[in-house]
Design a protein around this ligand. Structure first.
Ligand code: HEM
Length: 261
């Protein structure tokens, strides 16, 4: 099977797929991923009319958290989009999106640690143990570390099949992230629920495409497709109604039924 990464280049704007991704798409996605950071900086310093409001720490904390979650969901969207839109090379952008998700989670944690709790480690420990939404966020952060560390090509080669298994943790992390978002919301939980809905659609898609699901459904499919075209030299199957009547006997009443004669 041809590897999508090494598929023969199709010239476009005089560039092969490889070069287009390297010199055009990747730099553009990189700059796009930096937009939230630039916007937060402008808001913090009041540049170009942007404002962070009265509580700048809260503003930074919430924006970084939201951006991290958005990046995480975008990373999970790469596979469905590349399959549905038949853009196999889109996978080349996935690592960058995942690493940006990690970057914004780190920033979110740094804001919490440095500006929210003023490096008070006792407070951090007590938050982790006493506030369930922080426990979830912290777990997600810890789980993200091995994924970021093993995101290089070298680690991919070294881990082989285990790399794929390890990186399935992304789904767990996304659940924890959305759950953390839901639990920290005090009044209006509509937004976290929208995120949960998006996550469910993504999981649903993966579940439908997974070979395991088809393996489970295979017996049902054979049952459904069997009687439509009987093989030659076999007795044609009776229509369902005739089969039922035969089973019930001429009277049409089930002999073992408690309502029978
Ligand atoms: C050590 C890890 C983490 C800590 C200590 C932490 C802490 C916090 C805190 C203190 C808030 C603000 C709550 C409030 O204002 O009442 C928050 C909000 C949030 N966090 Fe985290 N978090 C962590 C990890 C994560 C991760 C891994 C994600 C996502 C992948 C995430 C996404 C969010 C989101 C989406 C919000 C709400 C943003 C909004 O309401 O606009 N956090 N987090």
């Amino acid at each position: 099977m041809t590897d999508v990464r090494t598929a023969s280049p199709t010239p476009f704007l005089g560039l092969s797929v490889e070069r287009r991704y390297r010199f055009v798409y990747k730099p553009l996605v990189f700059l796009a991923c930096l937009i939230p950071l630039v916007w937060m900086t402008c808001a913090l310093f009041g540049w170009f009319g942007f404002s962070a409001g009265v509580d700048q720490v809260k503003f930074l904390e919430l924006r970084c958290g939201k951006t991290a979650l958005n990046m995480m969901l975008l990373t999970l969207m790469v596979t469905p989009v590349r399959q549905l839109a038949r853009l196999p090379n889109l996978v080349r952008l996935r690592r960058m999106l995942g690493l940006f998700a990690f970057f914004y989670v780190l920033l979110h944690f740094a804001v919490y640690l440095l500006l929210d709790v003023d490096l008070d480690w006792h407070m951090v420990a007590s938050d982790i143990f006493k506030r369930p939404y922080i426990t979830l966020g912290f777990t997600a952060l810890l789980l993200l570390i091995p994924l970021a560390v093993t995101s290089t090509n070298r680690m991919m080669r070294r881990l082989g099949r285990r790399w794929g298994r390890l990186h399935r943790l992304t789904y767990v992390i996304a659940i924890l992230g959305v759950w953390h978002f839901y639990w920290q919301e005090k009044i209006d939980v509509r937004e976290p629920l929208v995120y949960a809905g998006i996550l469910m659609v993504l999981f649903g898609y993966r579940w439908i495409r997974s070979p395991k699901m088809w393996a489970v459904l295979a017996p049902l499919r054979t049952l459904r497709s069997a009687p439509t075209h009987p093989a030659p030299h076999t007795k044609p199957a009776l229509p369902v109604r005739a089969q039922t009547e035969r089973a019930l006997g001429a009277s049409g009443v089930c002999p073992t039924s408690p309502n029978g004669p």
